[in-house]
Write a protein that binds this ligand. Structure first.
Ligand code: GLY
Length: 374
């Protein structure tokens, strides 16, 4: 078994791990990324790619602020990645509509639009007729929709591949099929054991999505981050006119740049299974067909399943563990991992290198587990 010293090790080669790695290379660091299987092979590959900084947030607060700030980084990030790697993350600036099915939901969404506008974000209310006109196809009767012109989208599998390739081109090392079996953090280093080697890292960041609590292996971190399974179906959209993402309470429809339509997503707790279930797929197609009857005739092209890394208090954990300045975590992004990829990577890389954390990250500090359990 070989032993090796590294400056910064990142455990997990998904969107978050690869984003931290790439941003570290911009700070002159050459990190080591250890990925148990293949880069982006888990939740990063399954995600719809919605940048729902407004659609996913029900109240103002630090997650809303972080999401809005991260969303703003996508145009420059995607341009840079295209330039550096020739992989296009397919950033499409078409906005999103959040459909209201009942008068109560319409009221709730109008209120959401109001506080988001007061917070400086754009939104408009569309009547059912305006919605029909903008979409170009008929939907089931509804009470109108909140139009969010700045909630755009990307293709998550392309984004993670581009980040990984850009990181490697800039000097990061990514070792795939090398699962971490043990992490020991001491006063002098973090020792990371895999079947191939024992690494001694100055600092290590666990960015292993739903597996992060398990990997930390400490009782106080048990179930802080856990999986919520999501299933999605991609349809071949053929001549069906696709422009804007449509988000409703029970289903969302995300047009893809390759002419497909992504129907997402189920939410299932208490499982590590990544098998698509008959019930989940039926739920998605029935809900989509009920909203847009024309979808019934489209062919199924692909099924995607991922385990979202949920956190026990609904916020990601970002920063050093309370009892160690060597061992860090960046996990628990829940439904917002793709949206939060740029800002998580940039701010964690800056913090790791400069020792100074951004005020935007204050609410996400892992030390909150101590406050909550005391
Ligand atoms: N971001 C949408 C979802 O997790 O389903």
């Amino acid at each position: 078994m070989t032993g090796r010293r590294v400056d910064i090790a990142i455990i997990g080669g998904g969107l978050i791990g690869c984003s931290i790695a790439w941003h570290l290379t911009k700070q002159g660091v050459r990190p080591l990324v250890l990925e148990a299987e293949i880069v982006g092979g888990q939740a990063s590959f399954a995600g719809a790619g919605m940048l729902g900084a407004q659609v996913e947030m029900q109240e103002p607060g630090p997650l809303f602020d972080l999401g809005v700030a991260s969303r703003a980084e996508f145009p420059a990030l995607c341009e840079a990645l295209k330039e550096e790697t020739a992989i296009d993350p397919e950033y499409v600036a078409e906005g999103m509509v959040r459909v209201a099915s009942t008068p109560e939901e319409a009221e709730e969404l109008r209120t959401r639009g109001d506080w988001q506008r007061q917070a400086g974000q754009r939104s408009e209310w569309w009547t059912p007729e305006e919605l029909r006109e903008h979409l170009g196809y008929p939907m089931a009767p509804c009470e109108g929709a909140l139009y969010l012109p700045d909630d755009h989208r990307v293709e998550a599998p392309r984004l993670v591949k581009a980040l990984a390739r850009a990181a490697v081109l800039a000097g990061a090392e990514i070792r795939q099929n090398e699962p971490v079996v043990k992490i020991d953090s001491g006063a002098r280093d973090v020792r990371i054991t895999t079947p191939r080697a024992v690494y001694s890292a100055e600092r290590a960041v666990v960015a292993a999505g739903a597996w992060s609590s398990l990997l930390l292996g400490r009782p106080e971190w048990q179930n802080r981050v856990f999986p919520i399974k999501g299933e999605a179906v991609l349809l071949e959209a053929g001549l069906f006119p696709l422009r804007k993402t449509v988000f409703a309470r029970d289903i969302y429809l995300v047009p893809k740049a390759d002419g497909r339509l992504y129907l997402g997503a189920t939410e299932q707790r208490n499982t590590w299974s990544k098998e698509p279930s008959a019930q989940g797929l039926a739920q998605l197609t029935e809900r989509a067909n009920a909203r847009v009857p024309e979808l019934k005739t489209l062919a199924v092209s692909e099924i995607r399943v991922g385990l979202r890394p949920w956190s026990d208090d609904g916020l990601p954990y970002l920063g050093p563990l309370p009892d160690s300045d060597r061992l860090w975590i960046a996990a628990g992004h829940g439904r917002n991992g793709i949206l939060l990829t740029p800002i998580t990577g940039r701010l964690l890389a800056e913090w790791l290198v400069s020792g100074r954390s951004s005020p935007l990250l204050r609410a996400f500090h892992p030390s909150r587990i101590v406050r909550r359990s005391s």
